[in-house]
Design a protein around this ligand. Structure first.
Ligand SMILES: [Zn+2]
Length: 167
């Protein structure tokens, strides 16, 4: 009952992921409709119901445009775990502050990149031109489209793909 279920807004915009238990609660109380199942059945006291994979709310949730959270993991994911100085896939990636903190560098998407430990060490507490290093790409905040936001779930839930595409 804890399997993830994709929750869509009334206008089909992907909203979030909830448990099968919560999804069934929403469907039983008429707050959502089941859009995709195919995961077998859930037995209840009286009957058995298809196990949902995607549900759609019957009412519209209004919320600000989603943004990708600025975390170490999300920075590595944005950079495909590749060092942004030498381009190598880092087995133990680190986070580099392009402008070091002690020089006023911010904790922001534009100032944080994935770096292998060799490049991070080489750069040290210097800014780019002092270290004579260049970035492969200017770092930016990733666009929070649905495919990006929900990508970590897609491996296990391929049937979500058509519902995420285009948002
Ligand atoms: Zn490197």
């Amino acid at each position: 009952m804890n399997e993830p279920v994709l929750v869509l807004n009334a206008n089909f915009e992907p909203l979030n992921v909830c448990t099968t238990r919560r999804a069934l609660g929403l469907v039983f109380t008429g707050k959502a409709e089941m859009l995709a199942n195919g995961r077998g059945y859930v037995r209840t006291v009286r009957t058995r119901v298809p196990r949902p994979s995607v549900i759609r709310l019957e009412y519209m949730i209004h919320r600000p445009r989603p943004r990708v959270r600025l975390t170490k993991r999300e920075i590595f994911r944005r950079d495909s775990h590749a060092c942004q100085y030498c381009g190598r896939k880092a087995t133990r990636p680190t986070i580099d502050h392009i402008i070091p903190r002690h020089r006023g560098g911010e904790h922001s998407w534009a100032n944080l990149v994935t770096a292998c430990s060799a490049c991070n060490l080489r750069k040290g507490g210097r800014v780019l031109h002092e270290a004579r290093m260049t970035l492969l790409h200017p770092p930016q905040e990733p666009r929070a489209n649905a495919l990006y936001l929900f990508a970590p779930h897609l491996g296990q839930n391929e049937d979500w793909f058509p519902f995420l595409k285009g948002w």
